[in-house]
Design a protein around this ligand. Sequence first.
Ligand code: ZN
Length: 45
Amino acid sequence: MPTVQFTCSDCTQTIEVNEEMRETILDTGCPVCTTPASEDDFEDE
Ligand SMILES: [Zn+2]
């Protein structure tokens, strides 16, 4: 499964996520600080 890199715009935590986790983060925000995430916070490797 392809992964993308999530970098939180607030706490700057970088996490490698799969598509399912990406959807979850877009839905619920950063797993670390719960700041809402946008498409721009994800980067294909
Ligand atoms: Zn964060």
